[in-house]
Each structure stands twice: as C-alpha cells, then as structure tokens.
Ligand binder design. Structure first.
Ligand code: 0A1
Ligand code: ZN
Length: 875
C-alpha cells in the first residue's frame, strides 16, 4: 500500500545521491496493450555521497518487474525488495551494470506521465518524476546520464520511432515490425528523456546556425494536420535567431524535433532535442486559431527552445530549484515576445496574469517562495509563483544590473556551470560576480512567500523646489527587508516628464530613475523640481509588489493621459476603474446609485480618440480589471456585487460612446490575407473590444451586428470575439451561433474546446445547468486534459457561478475533482486549486466551500496531488 499521508520533502534535507548512473541503454518493445522495457545502467557509487555503504534504491511506479541482474547475474528474490515506489538492493558493488526488465500497459496509463497512449500513438512525459514509470531509476535531476534507446513496434501503426538525440540505426524485423536506435550525445537528467512511437505527418526544414552548423528542424503533427504546422516552424526559427542575437546561444544539436500530441497535462515539454507539445501550442490556421493562440504558440515554442540552454545544458540540482530554469526561461520568453510584438502590451498582459494568478496564490493556502522549501507532490509546484514570480525576480536582477552586465552574468553562468545540475544561488552568484552589483537583498526574494506592499508618499516643497518621496516596504513576516528596484518618474503639470536629479547628483539625468529600496523605509529627495509633479511610481512594473502610491483621482487621471511610461498610463486607468467599481459595490450594497466620475469617462474618451496611434495598447486600456483581480482588493469578496458594478461601468461607458465604438468597429477592419502580426492583431483587438462594449448594451441592434459579424468573420479571432459576446447574451442569436459553430467545427478538437469553453464561462444564469449537460455531450471526454480544462477548469475560474451563494458551484466542482482524480491526479489537483481563495468569501459561502473540500478529502484513494492541495486549503 502507498502511504496515505506521504511526508513532505524538505530542501534542507538535500543530500547528494548515493550512486551515479553514467549511461542508460533502453530497449523498448511495443506490443498490443504492453510495453516491455529492458534497461542496462552503468552504475557506480558517488564519491561525493555522505555514506559509502548505502543500499541502492531505485525509484519505480506502476511497473511490473520481470527480472533484475547485476553484471549479468540474475538476482534471486532475497537479494532485492520491491514495493510500490522502489526497488532496493542492499548489497551493491562499487561499480556495476544493472539490468532490469519491466512491463506495463501504456494504453491503461490515464495519468499521462511516463509512457502513455494518445490517439495517434505512444508518447512520454517525464518531468518531474515520470521516468520512474518507464523503468527503475534514480529519478532525480542531479543524476545525469548518456542515453541510448532502441524502439521496436509495428510499422503500420507506428511508422515514426523517435527518441532524444540522433538516429544511429534502423531496420525491419519479423514482417510487420521495425526498429530504430537513437543516441543522445549530451548527458541529461531523466526528466528530459523522451520517446515517441506514432503515426504522424512531418514538416521539416534545414537551418544553419550563426556559426555555420547545419541542423534539421522537424515538426510532427497528427495525420492530416500539416497545414496547421507552419506557424510553429516559423516561430521556432525566429526563436533560434533571437537566442543567437540576444544571448549568443546556438542550437547544439544536429536535429531538433517537436511532436504535437492531443493528450497532454501541461503546455509543452523541453526534452532534449525532442520537445513534446500539447497540440494547443502547435496547431494553427487562420480559421482555427485566434491571434491570442498564435501569440501563445510563438511564446511556448520559444520557451521550450530556450530551455535547451536554460534548463538542459545547465539544469537543476533538485526540484526546489525549479525556478532556476523556469523563472529564467519565462523571463527569456517574455523578452522575446516583447521584441517580436509590442513591449508595452506584452508587459501589460504579463502583469495582468501575474495579478490574476500569482498574487492570489501568494495570498492563499498554497503560498510558497519562488524557491519552495518543502513539498509533498512536486507536480503541485509548477506554479505561477515558480514560473511568473520567478521571472519577475530575474527581471529585477536585469533592471538592477542593466542589459550588458546581465548578459555578462549569463555568459559567466554558462561558463561555470555548463553540463551541471546547480542551484538558484549559483545563478545569482554568477550575476553578482560578473556585474559587481551586490545582490544580497535581492536574493531574499527566493526564500520569502507573499506579495510585498510598497507605500509611497510624496511631498512637494515649492520654496525649495524639491520633491521628497518617502517609500516603505512590508511583507508582514519580519526578517530583513528586500531589495526592491523602484522605477520612478515625475510628471509635470503640463504632462511632460521632469528631468530627474536626486540630491547629491552632479546633474539631472534622464526622466526615469530606478531607486534602490533596500530598507524598511527610505527617503529620496529630488531637486530642481520647478512645479508640483505627479509621481509615476513602479514604471514598467519594476517589482512584483502591491503599490499604494497615495495618489488622488485627479493625479491618476493626469497619469492616465500623460505618463510617458505606457505601462503606468494603463495602470492609472486600472486603478481608477478599480476605485469606481469598488465604490460601486458599496453603493449597490447600500441600495444607492453607482457613481461614475465624468473625469474618468472623459479620459476613456481620449483613449478612444487617439486609438489609431496604437490600437493594441488602446484595447488594453479599454479593458476593465478582471473580476478575480477586483475580488482580491476586497476584505470580503462579493462576486455578485463585483460583477454587477463592473457590468454597469462598462455599460455606462458603452452608452456614452456608442457611436464612437460603432465607428471604431467599422474603422479598424483589417483587409488582406490574415496575419497574426502585432499590427493586424492590434487592430482586431481594438475592434473586438469595441464590439464587446456595444454588446454590453445587449439590445437588438448590438445583437444583430454581432450575429452578422459572427457570420461574416473569416478568421477565428473575429469569430470567437463575436461568439463569446453572443454566449453572454440571452438573445435568440446565441443558440443559433453556437449550433452553427459546432456543426462547422465538430471535427477540429481544439476548436471544439473553444465551443465548450465559451459556454462554460458564460455570465448567463443557468450556466451550471448548461455545464452539467455539456458533460453528457458526446464530444466531452474527462480523460482528455484540454477538454476537461475547457469545461471544468474554465467553469471553476468564473467568479459568479463557481462562487454561487447556494454552494452549487462548489459542490459540482468538488465532485468533478474526485472523478478526475481517479483518471489523472495532476489535472484533478489543478482543478482543486479553484478553492484556494475560499476564505476570502462570506460565512455562507465559506460553509459551502468547507463542505465541498471535506467531501474531496474524504474520497477514497485520493491522490497525494489532490490531498496536498485540499489539505492545505483546509489546514
Ligand atoms: N517544463 C515544462 C513544463 C512541464 C512541467 C511538468 C510537466 O509534467 C508534469 C510537463 C511540462 C515547461 O516549462 O514548459
Ligand atoms: Zn519551462
């Protein structure tokens, strides 16, 4: 039996492995409902191990052990022990060859970790601990080995046999079968192992790296989908060029393969030379994928490619160091996106996501530092904190060092650690050594959970022509203060930035300055300030903090119109809208009318009037804060009131500017063939934001326009914009459009996911009933993660229906968590995270949520994945 209450693994308990494995030779034989894996491991005692007499303990799960031998001699039953998680050999020599034969059924593997079946064949997913579901191994990232793999399978059903590295031999065997042998020249941790046996179509191209090395790039997709693989290939080549130009990093392989699979737990996986992707991040055609899908593909293809250096060449010593590769690689993909699209818009979107997912995580039961110090189930720690907050920490280092010194730090990091498994401290040390910048205060970000609050108050002394900014930080846990880079500017009454001169500076320089906040409280005195300025604080969101800038509505309106920093222009509008909506919530609860200040509405009018300068940016400024972000700002969240107040604000703006929105909708049409570039996508984004405002009025004119647009649209961006509006509208057009959509797209899985999602996230009453009926739809399949996410996770992310006051949303999701857990614990555990913020709601909702959580906890055979999440939520 597995331990029903598995113990937490602690960072402070880290010890080097007792044994190392220099090489791995796998022979994989695929038969009907069975894979047989023969492994030959070159094992030796680790000279760095704490104790030279430790037994050999190999990890293994869901395996049937057929035989085990040391140096060619089969072990007798008394010489080893096997339980659900391990194979133990008490007496092991100093160096030896271990051979094991195991069997299992990949078709019965619904967990989608290890070796599993999807529609077109067999695929692997080994991060974090899936390799132990393929063979017995010391499954931890500081054990790095050279791999050779031979795959055998039926030729007809599995024409492609792939593994990491280079194909070195292949052949036919007994009639219907064939085999292929692969060798990976780079030592790697087991989590980067991959193999595929499948029927796939192939798109390939040559590539010459900057130094003249030739490589073959391949994208494998399900049969018949080759016309949806072109953009991924294009993105791959762009990402390769970008990494060469920006970081001087080249592809180190002869062959780089990407394989898309329809059943996948995450977005994609950076296995050495053989990336495996969720189809969602590969397949795209103008009529099937939205601009946002294209953007996601570009970003994720780049992300996985960038891992080849940040993650694969230099990997993590242990899983506590996950942000070493993830935070850094997210930072790299964010910079790539900023260079390829609009920097301001990319930053706005990243910060919006950070606030919607990471801030709540950091305030809830799953809060953890970017380098966690304990976990029960590592799969639960692929979080917004490790990824997105981790990227913010890297960005702060970048901001403090500057571009060139940061690049020197990266170079030094590779020089020191290429081929090694290292820690976050090794990274910051390289950055500090290369730049000479003291990172001691910055390093504290790695070990502290929670979002710091930064308070700033400015005082203008007209007589002295000085502006003094008093800035404080708090994290509410004691401990030494963090180093927070605070980018600021001072905006004059005329809307123009004032040149900045801090007291003590020889002269003014620049109009944005990064202040080093290292103390709990600090003062910064700017001189030669000729008029009372409005401070523009935290420009570009220079640190992942909650800022209380002490600004008035008038100050914010000024920034919203004039700030030279586009991020803060957007931010000022968000803060104002938040104030209006939250005041509206209070008014509604008191039975009073909601007030919308004219100054704000006029500032929105100015955005519309100047929208053609940067349509994508204007669309971001027109988007009101998400309901989830608003809920975080309240002491006790009131989802119904938030929804209503936000809806009213939107409607009021829409009514005030109806003609302008209609004008924008007509004016920003994009002509010519579809392209997902920033310019065209930006115009569509503004146009569809305008449509969204018109549909906030939801009268027959708006609905007719939207339905017409739905039928006219030639690309999926416009189609979905219209469909989503209609899905939130009670008019007869709704069912017509949804019916037409399904009929047209029922054979295109990713598009069918969109159809499910649009219904599951609808604002309309009765959405829960609709969701329940969708579960009975013939196209629904709980085993397919994308489909489950399109319905269940999407529903659980809604503010109003999941948090319905009668508790029905909670009960429903709890039942689904339990059902999913039997199939796929990782996907179930993600769904359970929807309950994270349950204590933010009123007593009635809390009682329902507690009941729902307890019903999950008492389910029989609960996985440690869900157990950890629910245990923390209740704990
Ligand atoms: N390393 C991948 C993400 C990933 C993590 C875990 C997985 O299975 C549990 C799969 C993929 C990335 O950052 O893209
Ligand atoms: Zn990653």
């Amino acid at each position: 039996m597995r331990d029903p209450n598995p113990k937490a693994v602690l960072l402070r308990d880290y010890t080097p492995p007792a044994f190392l494995i220099d090489s791995v030779d796998l022979d994989v034989d695929v038969r009907e409902k069975q894979a047989t894996i023969r492994s030959r491991l070159a094992v030796r005692r680790n000279p760095a191990a704490k104790d030279a007499a430790q037994p050999l303990v190999l990890d293994g799960r869901h395996l049937e052990l057929v035989s085990v031998a040391i140096d060619g001699r089969a072990l007798a039953p008394g010489e080893y022990t096997v339980d659900e998680d391990h194979l133990r050999i008490a007496e092991a020599p100093a160096a030896f060859t271990l051979e094991a034969v195991v069997r299992f059924d990949p078709w019965a593997n619904t967990r989608l970790e290890g070796f599993y079946a999807s529609k077109d064949g067999l695929f692997t997913q080994c991060e974090a601990q899936g390799f132990r579901c393929i063979t017995y191994f010391i499954d931890r990232p500081d054990v790095m080995s050279r791999y050779t793999v031979t795959l055998h399978a039926g030729r007809e059903r599995f024409p492609h046999l792939l593994a990491n590295g280079n194909q070195v031999a292949k052949g036919e065997e007994d009639g219907e079968r064939h085999w292929a042998k692969w060798e990976d020249p780079f030592p790697k941790p087991s989590y980067l192992f991959a193999m595929v046996a499948a029927k796939l179509d192939l798109l390939e191209e040559g590539f010459v790296t900057r130094s003249g090395r030739k490589a073959l790039l391949q994208v494998y997709v399900e049969p018949g989908k080759i016309d949806q693989a072109g953009f991924a290939m294009h993105a791959l080549k762009k990402a390769m060029r970008w990494d060469e130009a920006v970081f001087g990093l080249e592809l180190d392989l002869e062959r780089f393969m990407i394989v898309a699979v329809g059943d996948f737990n995450m977005g994609a996986m950076e296995n050495k030379g053989l990336n495996i992707f969720n189809t969602k991040y590969i397949l795209a055609r103008p009529d099937t994928a939205t601009d946002y899908d294209y953007y996601g593909i570009d970003k994720v293809v780049a992300h996985e490619y960038f891992h080849n250096w940040t993650g694969n060449r230099v990997t993590c010593r242990d899983w506590f160091q996950l942000t070493l590769k993830e935070g850094l690689t997210v930072f790299r993909d964010q910079e790539y996106s900023a260079d390829e699209y609009s920097r301001a818009v990319a930053r706005i979107q990243d910060v919006r996501d950070l606030r919607a997912y990471q801030f709540p995580e950091d305030a809830g039961p799953m809060a953890h530092p970017v380098r966690p110090d304990s976990y029960v189930e590592i799969n639960n720690f692929y979080t917004a904190t490790v990824y997105e907050k981790g990227a913010e920490v890297i960005r702060m280092i970048y901001t403090l060092l500057g571009r060139e010194p940061f690049r020197k730090g990266m170079d030094l990091y590779f020089e020191r650690h290429d081929g090694q498994a290292v820690t976050c401290d090794d990274f910051t040390q390289a950055m500090q050594d290369a730049s000479g910048v003291d990172l001691s205060g910055l390093r504290r970000w790695y070990s502290r959970a929670g979002t710091p609050r930064v308070t700033a108050r400015g005082v203008y002394d007209e007589a002295a022509q000085a502006f003094t900014l008093t800035v404080g930080q708090s994290l509410g846990q004691g401990g030494e203060p963090l180093h927070i880079p605070l980018a600021v500017g001072l905006v004059g009454p005329d809307g123009v930035d004032i040149p900045l001169r801090l007291e003590g500076d020889a002269a003014a320089s620049g109009t944005t300055r990064v202040l080093d906040l290292r103390e709990a409280e600090q003062q910064f005195r700017f001189v030669e300030v000729t008029a009372r300025p409005v401070p523009s604080l935290l420009r570009g969101f220079s640190a992942p903090v909650v800022l209380d800038g002490g600004l008035t509505d008038a100050d914010l309106t000024h920034l919203m119109t004039h700030d030279s920093d586009p991020f803060n222009r957007w931010e000022a509008g968000q803060v104002l809208a938040t104030r209006i909506i939250l005041a509206g919530v209070e008014a509604l609860k008191a039975g009073k009318p909601m007030e919308v200040p004219t100054a704000y509405v006029e500032a929105v009018g100015r955005i519309l009037a100047s929208a053609s300068r940067d349509p994508a940016f204007a669309a971001e400024c027109l988007a009101l804060p998400d309901e989830a972000i608003l809920a975080e700002q309240m002491e006790v969240a009131d989802p119904d009131a938030i929804h209503e107040a936000r809806r009213r604000l939107k409607r009021e703006i829409a009514e005030r500017y109806r003609t302008r929105f209609e004008g924008a909708f007509r004016h920003f049409t994009v002509t010519g063939p579809y392209s997902p570039d920033a310019n065209a996508a930006g115009r569509r984004s503004l146009r569809n934001a305008s449509l969204g405002y018109l549909m906030a009025i939801d009268d027959s004119t708006a609905r007719a326009l939207t339905f017409l647009e739905y039928r006219r649209a030639e690309n999926m961006t416009d189609t979905m914009a219209a469909l989503e509006c209609l899905a939130n509208s009670a008019g007869a057009e709704r069912e017509r459009a949804l019916g037409m959509f399904y009929e047209k797209w029922k054979d295109e899985a990713l598009v069918v996911d969109k159809w499910f999602r649009a219904q599951a996230t609808s604002d309309l009453p009765k959405t829960l009933d609709r969701v329940k009926s969708l579960l009975a739809h013939p196209a629904f399949d709980l085993r397919n993660p994308n489909r489950a996410r399109a319905v269940l996770h999407a529903f659980a992310g809604t503010a109003v229906h999941f948090h319905a006051a009668d508790g029905e949303g909670y009960r429903f999701v709890a039942e689904q968590v339990v059902a999913l857990d039997r199939i796929n614990p990782q996907i179930a555990s993600r769904l359970a995270r929807a309950f994270d913020r349950w204590k933010k709601y009123d007593a009635g909702r809390q009682a329902h949520a507690r009941g729902a959580l307890e019903s999950i906890r008492s389910a029989e055979g609960l996985s440690s994945d869900v157990g950890e999440v629910v245990g923390r939520a209740l704990g």
